[in-house]
Ligand binder design. Structure first.
Ligand code: GLP
Length: 240
């Protein structure tokens, strides 16, 4: 795994924006795997800016988001559907039919997960997967100690994750207890992976990722088996 330590959040976002822009310029029909959470927001702002400056064209780009709460409707303001529309998709020229996000209210959960995997394969596979990291080392919603060779599946969220994500909801009781997520196997099939980590609260997870052997208590360590992973973090996340 390669890593870049940036001085602050803005520099981390600028570095990641460079990588994603290069991907789209070199391959205009790229398939991107996208993440939610507060960490990638600055990257999405930069991408919107590049689009507005006519420096990036998203018309050939296809996207697959990592995860979605369950149950949640797409128009709920806390859904990842809503997050992606407001931070990125409504502000760029991506074709709606090229956007893929797991349905948070599927009639048939297993079919939803199977179809998502098939759609990724049909698209030619994810060229570049963007990831954040949970305080407990989760990626997507692949929580510690779970079946970490899974493909897309329904999972229970840990108390740590529910508490961390409560900041986006009115109170902790409103945070869904479950989510649909790409599995570690799905993520590892991406051709290239960029993992972002910012701030002191991610230090333990970053340290574990860089120093521990692969283990299921820090799901991000599973990325060590992938040949092309780039960790971009800021000083606070790196040094603590
Ligand atoms: C959620 C998402 C993850 C994200 C994590 C960290 O749990 N499912 O994909 O990486 O939060 O979020 P943040 O960037 O807000 O710290």
């Amino acid at each position: 795994m390669r890593f870049i330590v940036c001085s602050d959040y803005a520099e981390m976002c600028a570095e990641c924006t460079k990588q994603i822009s290069a991907q789209i310029i070199l391959k205009p029909n790229s398939v991107l795997g996208l993440a939610t959470g507060s960490t990638p927001i600055g990257v999405y702002e930069n991408l919107v800016q590049l689009y507005q400056n006519n420096e990036l064209d998203f018309s050939g780009v296809t996207t697959f988001n990592l995860d979605e709460y369950y149950p949640i409707s797409a128009d709920n303001t806390q859904s990842y559907h809503f997050f992606m529309q407001s931070h990125l998709f409504s502000k760029i020229n991506i074709k709606p039919q090229n956007i893929h996000i797991l349905d948070g209210m599927p009639a048939d959960i297993e079919k939803e997960c199977r179809d998502y995997e098939k759609a990724i394969v049909r698209s030619g596979g994810i060229d570049l997967q963007l990831l954040g990291i949970g305080k407990n080392g989760h990626i997507g919603f692949n929580e510690p100690g779970k079946n970490l060779n899974a493909t897309t599946h329904l999972t229970d969220l840990t108390e740590t994750t529910i508490e961390s994500n409560a900041r986006f909801f009115k109170n902790v009781n409103e945070v869904p207890r479950k989510a649909l997520t790409m599995g570690i196997s799905t993520i590892l099939r991406s051709k290239k992976i960029i993992l972002l980590a910012s701030g002191f609260e991610k230090h333990m997870a970053v340290q574990s990722l860089l120093t521990d052997n692969i283990n299921t208590q820090t799901p991000a360590t599973m990325l060590k088996v992938h040949p092309d992973v780039l960790l971009i973090c800021d000083k606070e996340a790196y040094e603590g």
